[in-house]
Design a protein around this ligand. Structure first.
Ligand code: SF4
Length: 513
């Protein structure tokens, strides 16, 4: 069955990376319907739905961060799990070569990228035996931006805005509400949370992640947990964090809670936060032939976003200015920008992630960055038949990781704008004010939408850091982002954090007895 099994695993990976499941589409469509036209949240959701449609059409990754591939596989007794592992390794390598997965496996000590998504601990494969006669294989691709917003609470504990969380259902409720607050927009909200109650530190997180394999439409069979899920869905959306943390009606698309036993001394509540690019699918495989017999998560209506033809350019009408920028940008131009302005960029920008930022602190830049724009992005790149680089997916990555370096680098090289997602902290905000710079928030996960704005790859430097970490020179047209931190000391991220903390305080009082 090896060839058929290899193909089944390859198809599972490609479909998961490029096609959002039906239940997630419905949740995003419902979120979109709730936002008022013309708001930043509405514009973000229009970009997201456009992006989903483009990924469908191009069979390309929905988001450039194809995450940590995690397989959950149930096999009948007697099936050779080693053969399944080999088929998965082969499929992962092929999907990476074909640009359906970004090379994401790096040596934790040296940072060296294995280039094929294989390496110690990657991919994650979990086997279980069962008494059915077919193989059930499920895959989740969960990116780093949202993985970094996972959180684990050890009860009892004190929570900002909520006070003491005790060892009871009400304490659990407080932890879950807090987990949504602490994620803000950094995990590419609106998100889905999987919650694991109990276990130890390891099994608690495993249980939380396992909840993300549930359908968004299912009902918890445990009455108490069902009530908790409904409570969180209703109230977390009152925090006003919204899509990308821009403020808005929908912060959460789903909440799924599971429980396992613990030892008396420990009481953990573990939360796995997943972004809107909630990529998980599954297949049933004929154990004798290796062929797919059924695709999972196929229930209900399929939303075709191409029928909802609103453009992402459905700007924040009447509320913001729209400004066109082309590098090199002057300090004067930057100082005119204010939080909330929508910026359209034409011309050059340069990618830079963790390795580049660290490198630039002690080295010269390979190009003149005076007046230029840095894009926090680790793209999926492919070579065409003529050997030229093409961008397969290129959305923004989480910017806060560059907080220790960003301000100094902007000042050192004269960089005027950085684009990323999730916002940055006080050190960068102070540098923007002092030096004359802006932070532009692009829509996290909109990798196809932004790839389409990239008209050519003009060069690349520092390839020794691997494809996602290299400095790509990109020529763009009509690349849209929102000013969320300006040179006057304003930060939309700080404002939304403050207002959502105030709203969180209303959930302090006990709800579950
Ligand atoms: S949508 Fe955002 S959090 Fe999710 S994988 Fe993409 S960049 Fe990461």
């Amino acid at each position: 069955m090896t060839e058929a099994l290899k193909k089944s695993m390859y198809d599972l990976i490609v479909e998961t990376s490029t096609k959002l499941p039906k239940d997630v589409r419905r949740a995003i469509a419902a979120a979109k319907a709730k936002e008022n036209a013309g708001t930043r949240a509405a514009m973000s959701l229009a970009t997201i739905t456009n992006n989903i449609k483009m990924a469908d059409e191009n069979i390309s990754p929905i988001c450039q961060d194809t995450g940590m591939p995690t397989f959950k596989i149930k096999t009948p007794v007697g099936v050779n799990q080693i053969e399944i592992k080999k088929a998965i390794y082969w499929a992962i390598e092929e999907a990476t070569k074909d640009g359906k997965l970004r090379p994401n496996s790096v040596d934790s000590l040296t940072g060296a990228n294995s280039g094929d998504n294989l390496g110690a601990g990657t991919p994650v494969i979990k086997f279980e035996q069962w008494e059915n006669d077919y193989i059930d294989a499920r895959l989740i691709l969960k990116g780093g931006g949202c993985e970094n917003k996972n959180i684990q609470y050890s009860l009892p504990c004190e929570l900002e805005g909520l006070g003491r969380a005790g060892r009871d259902l009400d304490g659990i409720r407080k932890c879950v509400m807090h987990s949504v607050y602490q994620a803000q927009g950094q995990g590419c909200s609106a998100g889905v949370i999987g919650v694991g109650i109990g276990g130890d530190r390891t099994t608690g997180y495993e249980l939380a992640k396992e909840q993300l394999f549930r359908s968004l439409d299912d009902e918890n069979s445990n009455e108490q947990l069902k009530e908790l899920e409904e409570y969180v869905m209703e109230n977390a959306n009152k925090l006003g964090i919204g899509t990308m943390g821009f403020g808005g009606e929908t912060t959460l698309l789903g909440c799924k809670v599971g429980v396992i036993n613990r030892i008396p001394a420990s009481f953990f509540v573990s939360v796995a936060y997943n972004c809107w690019a909630y990529r998980r699918l599954g297949i049933k495989i004929n154990a004798a032939t290796g062929d797919v017999t059924e695709w999972l998560y196929q229930e209900g209506e399929e939303i075709d976003f191409s029928e909802q033809a609103e453009q992402a350019e459905d700007k924040v009408a009447n509320k913001t200015r729209e400004v066109v920028l082309q590098a090199p940008i002057t300090e004067e131009q930057i100082r005119e920008l204010k939080v909330g302005d929508v910026v359209t960029i034409n011309g050059m920008m340069y990618t830079g992630r963790d390795a580049i930022h660290k490198h630039l602190t002690t080295n010269d830049a390979p190009v003149d960055l005076d007046g230029q724009i840095i894009y926090h992005c680790g793209p999926v790149m492919l070579k065409d038949d003529a050997g030229n680089w093409k961008v397969a997916a290129a959305g923004p990555t989480t910017s806060i990781r560059e907080e220790p370096y960003q301000g100094d680098i902007m000042k050192k090289f004269g960089i005027r704008a950085v684009i990323g997602k999730g916002g940055m902290g006080p050190k960068t905000l102070a540098a923007l004010q002092e030096h004359g710079g802006v932070y532009l928030n692009a829509i996290g996960g909109a990798a196809q939408y932004y790839a389409d704005c990239i008209k050519s790859v003009e060069g690349v430097d520092l390839m020794q850091f691997g494809i996602p970490e290299a400095m790509w020179h990109l020529k763009v047209e009509g690349f849209t982002a929102v000013v969320t931190m300006d040179s006057h000391g304003n930060s939309l991220h700080a404002d939304v954090d403050k207002s959502s903390l105030e709203k969180l305080e209303q959930f302090k009082e006990p709800v579950f007895k």
